[in-house]
Design a protein around this ligand. Sequence first.
Ligand code: F6P
Length: 390
Amino acid sequence: MAKKIRRIGLLTAGGDCPGLNAVIRAVTKAAAGVHGMQVIGIEDGFAGLIHGKFRELTAQNVSGLIQTGGTILGTSNRDNPFKYPVTNDRGELEFRDVFDQVRANYDKAHLEALVAVGGDGTMAMTAEMIKRGIPCVGVPKTIDNDLAATDVTFGFDTVPCVGVPKTIDNDLAATDVTFGFDTALTVATEALDRLHTTASSHHRVMIMETMGRYAGWIALYAGVAGGGDIILLPELPFRLDRVCQKVLERNSRGKRFSIVVVAEGARPEGGEMVVRKVIKESTDSLRLGGIGQQLADQVEERTGIECRVTVLGHLQRGGSPTAFDRILGTRFGVKAAELAAAGDFGKMAALKGLRVEAVTIAEAAGGLRRVEPDNEVVRAARALGTAFGD
Ligand code: F6P
């Protein structure tokens, strides 16, 4: 029989998003209250594992967190244990594998399993942790994990991990929705509602740039919810002449303003995404941003209509989660505690339709989930006359 898991580590990694505290609260309360497990919080994502920064989480100290934004554990999107940025003696940046340090701290804290809350980068790191062959204290070889469909297998010599999908970008494979997305979408929709009235008063083209990296989910859903006239996505390269044509056509119909929602990863046909910053220490080093201003300059020059740009940025990630994200985070957290208690490692809680299920972390780490060009929401928007610039 599998050994009972008594002590689990919990970390939140990657960019923060609303609902992380709801997950921390749910994992801790369910782990302690239902499964009799102790939860050790790991600070600042994988950085805490590398540097041994731990603190105990209890039902008492996670109480009252459900409506709060951010993560009480802290997070980091640049501390990859397999590619850890270090400045060498010559003052140059180099990347080292510091997994031995992770393993030593994990053992020192007497952890028996890890719950990782994160996006695609975190799931890829978690999948790599699982693959590493260092003996794992307290996890018997006999644990029977049915991972036949994946290349991730468990045994005596691995770190047992469970994942929870988090990201405002909603781009994680193997789950229909990630928590955090609904809040980002709500913030973006509210912003569009506000831009609409001022756009109409001043007869301007209002361009709103959203986050989302290489996936256009936030732009697409906010664009539809906020009645955007033109929606530009990374998945559907646009043509400037088509964008201008739509603006002018609306003008000629007496609609003297237009609302454009552009995802930060959108790019013109044959062109490149606009990179705002390169952060060498970060696993995914590109920070996108700037396409909104570029577009505004071009549309204004071609149409003669005044354009203004709003870049929503981190407003989409901060603040209180929506009711949907609080509930999804709670359900994911309870599922993660259940998987850890059952010794069902290498799995991630996922939303499939209306149900929370377990999928393999390998599946989740296996590539981004992007908007398909014939996505049903894209088709619905087109049916109402929304342009995608393609
Ligand atoms: O992945 C979440 C996200 O907010 C992306 O939408 C955005 O491109 C990126 O993180 C911004 O990262 P940072 O917080 O490092 O600027």
